[in-house]
Design a binder for this molecule. Sequence first.
Ligand code: S3P
Length: 189
Amino acid sequence: MPRNIILIGFMGCGKSTIGRSLQGKLGYPWIDTDEHIEQCVGMSVKEIFAKRGEQAFRELESNILLDMTERRIQHHIISTGGGIIGRQENRKMLGKLGFVVWLVASTQVIMERTARNRDRPLLQTDDPKTRIEALLQERRPLYEETAHISIETHGLDSNEVASGIIESARYFFNQADATQVLDRDESVS
Ligand code: S3P
């Protein structure tokens, strides 16, 4: 199991803030899939949605996950766009890339955190609350299916959340190692 920590969760749940905090604590390189896509394509996420459509963006998300999987990256923090869990192939790749953490936030918190930002095409509607609720309903089971743990971040500071994630990741990787050793032993005997 590669030693990466992957953050998933809805828009505005704090993936970037926690990603930065984890990077500060661990010193690992931090990849944000949205930023990576923007750099590769030379357009903002908003422009990609407007000019090429959402499906083209989803294709780019799958490509970046495939690339990270094939390069077998290690010791990275990876934060992801909120919709990356939509495709089954992505959910599988995420689970194999490392320790997956779902940052949970309520509709209210998401509304507050995303209200002033015009860069999220899916929330540019007259009624963002209804859109958020519908997307959350659709995605909740997918986040749940993909994540190894979930953390409700509201009321906690990013340092606390990051420390908790690091502790859980250590435990998770130790367990994964132990399982691998057992599997190896069993296949030898
Ligand atoms: C999206 C979330 C965004 C970005 C794009 C689509 C989504 O990322 O990938 O606007 O479908 O939830 P953040 O979750 O970082 O805002």
